[in-house]
Unconditional design. Structure first.
Length: 171
């Protein structure tokens, strides 16, 4: 599969407007694991990432899954409040990425329509606070819907889901 040329720009929420599904998957995976209690409340972090997730017309990717997978990153309102007292923040950088037929599970069960892509992104995550620094690897599987999919915008790709729970990662 070839990657289409990128469309320049971002939407109002920092989401890249691109037809390059790999670029969007990489940015989405990084966004899933990035937050800073020093500059944003939990609600702001949650709603910012929520703006990346587009519910499909058939409802196969409900927001309940978004909540479950976001909390699988180790963050919920309670832990965020505690971490805010520690001036904690988290950053993530992409170490590697495999998409579509590069993933054995996708080869076994291909996407149900043209334009739906699955990428598993391996991140280097760094959690920092006033008292500690912890670095670790974290995989995130991101589902991206692109043209020519009927449920995708005509000129760019959208994220329709991500998995952060270990038992849901696509390898």
């Amino acid at each position: 599969m070839t990657t289409a040329a990128a469309v320049e720009g971002h939407d109002g929420y920092g989401v890249p407007r691109t037809t390059d599904f790999r670029k969007l998957a990489s940015a989405a995976a990084t966004a899933v694991y990035t937050w800073d209690t020093r500059g944003a409340s939990y609600s702001e972090v949650y709603s910012g990432l929520r703006n990346w997730w587009h519910v499909l017309p058939d409802g196969s990717n409900p927001l309940a899954v978004f909540v479950q997978e976001f909390e699988a990153t180790g963050i919920n309102a309670g832990t965020y409040q505690y971490l805010a007292g520690q001036q904690a923040y988290r950053s993530a950088t992409v170490e590697s990425m495999m998409c579509d037929s590069e993933l054995a599970k996708v080869r076994e069960r291909p996407a149900p329509w043209a334009g739906l892509h699955v990428c598993t992104v391996s991140l280097r995550v760094v959690d920092q606070s006033i008292s500690a620094r912890n670095s670790y690897a974290a995989p995130v599987s991101v589902m991206v819907n692109c043209p020519p999919a009927a449920s995708a915008p005509a000129d760019h790709c959208i994220m329709v889901g991500f998995y952060a729970a270990p038992n849901r990662i696509v390898y």
